[in-house]
Design a protein around this ligand. Structure first.
Ligand code: PMP
Length: 398
């Protein structure tokens, strides 16, 4: 009998030659456990997924209750099913009143795809603009607007009429013209290595979009659902989107995403053609039940109030000659080192000797990711920082 590890390597598609190969048997709160019962502190939450911790009891209860009623019934949008309907209203209550229409997907990249189509449909334009080093997903449309040539080159041709602007560069806003259907931007860039918008940048971007009649799509797939300390990251930057994207942390561990807009814009999918966007599994009732519970946990356990303080606690302790900079917005943080050559052994040492799980960023391989469940306690932060500093010293010296 082959072990799961052997089966994983032999039969499960690999996307790199150096997977971590840590086998986890169960998880709870901020911890994961291997078959020997060894505990690992999760500092990345599955890249911003487990914002309320692994297997939050309220999320489990909501899933259980929905399991007892029904699983899948019908493709999206035909039958009335309470879980997506109730979740859509709950999301609406966290948003500016005009963002009142939710289209549910299964993932982040699907939310991106739907939003791009919607923007083209609404504006009757084709131009798309996104930032260099932005990551928006791996399907063809999302890949087209991802801002990394090396990531895209082998998969061309991709969508035409895509341009990139330099993040935080005010001059590049002139690239937004009357031919632009949509500008898409992560409110706080994730895979670029956590890049926070400069003061006044997002308001200027918003204004230029409005002047040119281009829709502004905010990708909060990684930075939304409480990650930065407000429910939506855009609340901190004085702007509002035409279309908002969410996924990852939204499901409390279950697969779900959404693009959210106004009734008026979303109605474009009803005509020319009718059924302008279809999905079989989007808005799955079990995922929606889990998502509603996740939203309620964030609100009722007041998880947002502690985020800024917890981030400060990390920053105060993560001081070492090898650390060049700590960037962040709430509990979406990047700790920068000189190079990947130093960072990778630190990550490996932290995992195998300190039992701390972290990683780097797709487009920023000299920075260590810190994005734990928002439920992490002060004591757990202190443990994580002590262990990380030990790993850094082991690799880089005092
Ligand atoms: N947008 C952003 C900002 C992301 O971080 C990601 C995933 N890392 C995606 C889109 C794509 O989401 P998914 O992997 O669920 O397709």
């Amino acid at each position: 009998m082959l072990t799961p590890r052997q089966l994983f390597l032999r039969h499960q598609a690999q996307t790199s030659d150096f997977p971590l190969l840590l086998e986890i048997e169960r998880a709870e709160g901020v911890y994961m456990f291997d078959a020997e019962g060894q505990r690992y502190l999760d500092l990345i939450s599955g890249i911003g997924v487990s914002n309320v911790g692994h297997r939050h009891p309220r999320v489990l209860q909501a899933i259980q209750q929905q399991l007892d009623k029904y699983l899948h019934l019908m493709v999206y949008g035909e039958l009335v099913q309470a879980p997506p309907a109730v979740l859509a209203e709950a999301l609406h209550r966290t948003l500016p009143p005009y963002l009142d229409n939710v289209y549910f997907t299964n993932s982040g990249t699907e939310a991106v795809e739907g939003a791009l189509k919607l923007a083209k449909r609404h504006t009757s334009r084709t131009g798309l603009l996104s930032s260099y080093n932005a990551y928006h997903g791996s399907t063809h449309g999302a890949l087209s607007i991802t801002g990394s040539e090396s990531f895209k080159n082998s998969f061309r041709p991709l969508l035409p009429n895509v341009q990139h602007f330099r993040h935080n560069n005010f001059d590049d806003l002139s690239l937004i013209t009357k031919h632009t259907a949509a500008v898409i931007i992560e409110t706080v860039q994730g895979e670029a290595g956590v890049r926070v918008p400069a003061p006044g940048y997002l308001p200027a971007l918003r204004q230029r979009c409005t002047e040119m009649g281009a829709l502004l799509i905010l990708d909060e797939i990684q930075c939304g659902f409480g990650r930065t300390g407000t429910f939506w990251a855009f609340e901190q930057f004085g702007i509002e989107p035409d279309i908002l994207l969410t996924a990852k942390g939204m499901g409390g561990g279950m697969p779900i995403g959404a693009f959210i807009s106004s009734q008026e814009i979303m109605s474009g999918f009803k005509t020319d053609p009718i059924l302008g966007h279809c999905t079989t599994f989007g808005g799955h009732p079990v995922s929606c039940a889990a998502s509603l519970a996740t939203l309620q946990v964030i609100q009722e356990e007041q998880l947002l109030t502690g985020v800024a303080e917890k981030a400060t606690r990390f920053r105060q302790q993560l001081v070492h000659p090898a650390i060049r900079e700590v960037r962040g917005c709430g509990l979406l943080m990047a700790v920068e080192f000189d190079s990947f050559d130093i960072l990778k052994p630190i990550i490996d040492h932290a995992l195998w000797h300190e039992h701390i799980l972290t990683d780097w960023f797709l487009f920023c391989d000299n920075s260590l990711r810190i994005a734990p469940p928002l439920t992490i306690t002060n004591a757990q932060i202190d443990d994580a920082c002590t262990a990380l500093l030990r790993a850094i010293t082991a690799v880089a010296g005092e």
